[in-house]
Design a binder for this molecule. Structure first.
Ligand SMILES: Nc1ncnc2c1ncn2[C@@H]1O[C@H](COP(=O)(O)OS(=O)(=O)O)[C@@H](OP(=O)(O)O)[C@H]1O
Ligand SMILES: Nc1ncnc2c1ncn2[C@@H]1O[C@H](COP(=O)(O)OP(=O)(O)O)[C@@H](O)[C@H]1O
Length: 201
């Protein structure tokens, strides 16, 4: 890309393959999508612990952490959600290129937004995991009291209440935490993920 006088130097840096060899793992993007309270963060944290125990290096990117740091200037309009996910995908790509198994837990509420993320990251590396817990169960849990606030009209554009959520069309895996235990979800994920990250010696 030279039309804005920018000359990336990627061809002179050590490659992703060099980093993966050093770490003894292939990197992959595990992209959770689902309503607030569906279980994205809980599953992401449990999955990271299981992978870590197996000597695999991971990085979690999670909604509230990212939104109080790099994305602290963004809200929940459609445009801000797109920018939120764009930056998260670009940051994820940096981790993937460092050979790190990268786990993102964001509502990412529609197919266009997730397609954008997959295109930034690379379709082959992108595992879309739909945490499909029904709205009624997420609202019953109301972990942060946000559904009650949204119902009272105190939060605008709240996903599932006053802003849309579009289910993925072909997720790599669907996990309904109103039916599956945390352990069952993590075991399903391990089956999927471990097959993708083994380095052939
Ligand atoms: N209006 C509105 N809609 C949805 N969510 C809201 C809203 N306002 C605040 N929150 C809190 O922000 C968390 C979702 O942020 P995300 O970055 O994952 O959202 S998005 O992907 O940009 O749609 C979400 O956290 P999670 O529960 O982790 O999903 C909420 O706690
Ligand atoms: N089977 C389950 N799997 C995952 N989370 C569960 C399950 N059953 C109950 N929960 C609870 O549901 C809540 C999910 O919240 P969280 O992980 O923060 O969701 P999200 O990141 O999607 O907003 C947690 O309080 C968690 O303990």
């Amino acid at each position: 890309m030279t039309d804005n006088n920018i000359y990336p130097i990627f061809d002179r840096m050590l490659s992703r393959e060099d980093k993966e060899e050093l770490l003894g793992q292939h990197s992959v993007m595990i992209w959770f999508t689902g309503l607030s309270g569906s279980g994205k963060s809980t599953i992401a944290i449990a999955l990271e612990r299981e992978l870590h125990k197996r000597g695999l290096l991971c990085r979690i990117l999670d909604g509230d952490n990212i939104r109080s740091g790099i994305n602290n200037n963004l809200g929940f309009t459609e445009a801000d959600r797109v920018e939120n996910i764009r930056r998260i995908a670009e940051v994820s790509k940096l981790f993937l290129d460092t050979g790190i198994i990268t786990i993102a837990a964001f509502i990412s509420p529609n197919n266009d937004i997730r397609e954008m993320a997959a295109n930034i990251i690379g379709q082959d590396d992108f595992l879309e995991i739909y945490v499909s817990t029904p709205l009624s169960e997420c609202e019953r849990r109301d972990v942060k009291g946000l559904y009650a606030k949204a119902r009272r009209g105190e939060i605008k554009n709240f996903t599932g209440i006053s802003a849309p959520f579009e289910a993925p069309v072909h997720p790599a895996l669907t996990l309904d935490t109103s039916v599956l235990s945390l352990e069952e979800s993590v075991n399903k994920l391990l089956d999927l993920v471990l097959s993708k990250i083994q380095i052939k010696k």
